[in-house]
Write a protein that binds this ligand. Structure first.
Ligand code: SF4
Length: 421
């Protein structure tokens, strides 16, 4: 129901006949960009995960770190825009040995001006951060850690095939704080088979007690080619009822709002001023550079995606080549679609000025019929500055976004999304 979109990779080059956007359009609204680094190693593969990640068992991680250093140098010696935010995700970056983590962080520090950054996030899993690693993160300029807690119930973590226990979460947060990293995001998942409103309330409470400044709550999705989906398809596991999932989502909003977290995106809640600046770059369709296997970057009206194979990635980078598996030019039509996809997830909604400036079409005129129809059903609101989904509309966000897309002529546009980080 509620998808876990953090970045959108549009359809492949099937729209080659369409006109590309005016190169100045994206640039006009971008005076900075984000940097994403993908570290594709995890202890094991969780049953629901469709990120590109491989188990570290019997695997050397140092060659990947060297290749990342090289790609950072190539992509950032002359960056398309000054880098304002960094997000190092995966995978589990903190699974790297401490010295390799330090090497990677110091490489990032060589190619971006750390003092210019407004946010530098690294993803971590509970029980993968000790004092040495936390100190390495702080020394490397990291200001924020995103902790994949997911649940505070052992049975739910077991269903997700997570390796940590609920008791690992608070000590890991304490370790980071001891090292001086104050900004913490906690990731949680709802809609886990067997979860109830009571267990979800308890997980939210336990997360709130840790006093993070940001909490992200994603609905569990059944991605193709994952063990969880196979179990469902073979009848070995019963998914959460959709009506329960709606209740869990409502509980999320109610409980986090009462605790002082503002919802600013479909799945994301923050104390005022602590919204994820890096993810806002994705959601506002701003440019970002990406390095690492499977990472997708987007700037200067081009998008690229690196090969999702760590060995091939290292080989290609070591040989002095590019690791890009695909590139495409972003057409005006693609840009329209992506702005709808991403900005309608934000509580603030789609910016009328931004959409008009970058696509040449005023969305209040383009979508008059849809706004009127969905407005009557209390699913959408429109002002002079923004078109936004109502809380009720956010429950139907995929269907509503499709309706907007159809209104600007995207009948055959598949909604293909990727996640990053
Ligand atoms: S969900 Fe996170 S920890 Fe689990 S395999 Fe995927 S990237 Fe690794």
């Amino acid at each position: 129901m509620i998808s876990r979109i953090t970045a959108f990779l549009g359809p492949p080059l099937c729209w080659g006949a369409m006109e590309p956007t005016n190169p100045d359009n994206i640039s006009e609204t971008a005076n900075h960009c984000g940097l994403y680094i993908h570290v594709p190693f995890c202890e094991t593969k969780c049953g629901y995960c469709d990120f590109y990640s491989v188990p570290t068992k019997d695997r050397q991680t140092a060659p990947l770190v060297s290749a990342l250093e090289r790609e950072l140098e190539v992509r950032l010696t002359d960056p398309p825009y000054p880098v304002q935010t960094v997000f190092c995700g995966g995978g589990t970056p903190t699974i790297l040995p401490t010295e390799e983590l330090r090497t990677l962080l110091s490489a990032i520090g060589r190619y971006v001006t750390l003092s210019d950054l407004t946010e530098f996030t690294v993803e971590a899993n509970p029980a993968t951060v000790d004092d040495d690693k936390a100190t390495a993160l702080r020394d490397g300029g990291v200001t924020r850690v995103s902790m994949g807690a997911q649940s505070f119930f052992p049975e739910e973590l077991a269903t997700l095939e997570r390796l940590h226990t609920p008791d690992d979460i608070a000590p890991s947060v304490a370790t980071l704080r001891r090292a001086g990293i104050e900004q913490i995001n906690i990731d949680l998942i709802f809609g886990i088979p067997g979860q109830t409103v009571q267990t979800w309330r308890e997980s939210l409470n336990r997360a709130i007690e840790l006093e993070p400044d940001h909490i992200a709550c994603y609905g569990l999705t059944y991605e193709p080619d994952t063990r969880l989906t196979a179990m469902r398809d073979h009848g070995r596991m019963t998914p959460c009822e959709e009506s329960l999932e709606v209740d869990l989502y409502g509980t999320t909003i109610e409980q986090l709002t009462a605790a002082g977290y503002d919802q600013y995106e479909t799945s994301n809640f923050a104390k005022p001023g602590f919204e994820s600046r890096h993810n806002l770059i994705y959601w506002r369709n701003k440019p970002y550079v990406a390095v690492g296997p499977s990472a997708a970057g987007c700037y200067h009206d081009h998008r690229y995606k690196n090969i999702a194979d760590v060995n091939a990635y290292v080989r290609q980078i070591e040989a002095g080549g590019s690791a890009e598996a695909s590139t495409e030019v972003i057409t005006r039509e693609m840009l329209m679609h992506e702005m709808l996809m991403m900005q309608l997830r934000l509580v603030e909604g789609l910016s009328v000025t931004d959409f008009t400036k970058r696509t040449g079409a005023n969305p209040l005129e383009l979508f008059t019929g849809v706004i009127k129809r969905l407005g009557h059903r209390d699913l959408v609101t429109a002002s002079d500055t923004h078109i936004a989904l109502t809380p009720q509309g956010r429950l139907l966000s995929d269907a509503i976004i499709t309706e907007f897309a159809l209104a600007c002529g995207h009948q055959d546009v598949p909604l293909r999304v990727i996640e990053q980080g």
